[in-house]
Structures are given as C-alpha cells and as structure tokens.
Design a protein around this ligand. Structure first.
Ligand code: RB5
Length: 147
C-alpha cells in the first residue's frame, strides 16, 4: 500500500520517524513535505497537498502531522473525498478505517511520543473498511453531503 505523508514544523520530526517506520515495514511512501525543517512553515500547505493527492488517487491513505493534529485535520477535511481524523489511540486508528472509511490520519507531534505514534500508524495502515451494510449506509449519508 502507498501512504502519503505531510507535516509542518510542529510535526516534522515525527513525520520523519514515521517515514522510516513505514519504509522498514514495506509500505510505499510519498513525502508531500515539508522536506526540511522550517520553523515558519504553515500546516495547511502540507495538509492540503496530502488531501488533494488522496483525492487524485496517488495514494490510498495519508498521514499528516502538525503540532496537535487539529489544524491538519481541519484543513484536510475541506477537500472532497477526504475523511481525516486526529487519533491518538490505537482503537480509533483502526476502527476509524473499519467503520468510517477514514483515509487520513492526523497526529500531533507535540502530543504523543514516537513509540505510541508507531503503534497508531500500524493500526491505521493495516486496517480495512469492513464493507458491512450498516457502515456503508452511514458512510453514504456522510458522502451525500459532498454531492
Ligand atoms: C504550529 O505552531 C502549530 O500551530 C501547528 O503545527 C498545529 O498544531 C495546528 O493545529
């Protein structure tokens, strides 16, 4: 599976470590930046870049890291067909995919440590939408808002 990553300065270090972790676990990666640490960069630039490339089917899933995960999540959810959420626990990270077809995980680099982040990323990256009728029905109701 291909996963696209993005981060501002608040999430840069965490994003770099997540990239190493995913590559070591045989995932394909696209890095949508920032590619260098820049204390003055803005999270929407990277969140929107990741979200647009998900919509363009360049990758199945995305992970965006900012300081809290919140700004990245707000920005990414403005892009059609993106379902992003901040998950700082393992259960939400896989259940969000299984029930809600979440396709972008947002993390706060200032909130969680890297070992917790890796477990959350593992849960998110390996989860699949359940395709159960009740979840499809609920998702359709959400997708209807985009039409
Ligand atoms: C940047 O300082 C910080 O505001 C940003 O990374 C993020 O936490 C926004 O939600």
């Amino acid at each position: 599976m291909k996963i696209i990553l993005g981060a501002d300065h608040g999430g840069f270090e965490t994003k770099e470590k997540i990239k190493e972790y995913l590559l070591a676990n045989n995932f394909e990666i696209i890095d949508a930046g920032n590619l260098v640490y820049d204390a003055k960069d803005d999270y929407p630039d990277f969140a929107i870049a990741v979200a647009k490339r998900i919509t363009a089917n360049e990758a199945e899933k995305g992970i965006i890291v900012c300081g809290s995960g919140v700004g990245a999540c707000i920005a990414a959810n403005k892009v059609k067909s993106v379902r992003a959420c901040v998950c700082h626990d393992v259960y939400s990270a896989h259940q969000g995919v299984e029930h809600d077809d979440m396709n972008v995980l947002c993390l706060g680099g200032r909130i969680i440590g890297i070992e917790t982040a890796k477990e959350i990323v593992h849960a998110f990256a390996n989860a699949k939408f359940s395709n159960e009728d009740r979840h499809k029905r609920r998702l359709e109701k959400v997708l209807a808002l985009e039409k």
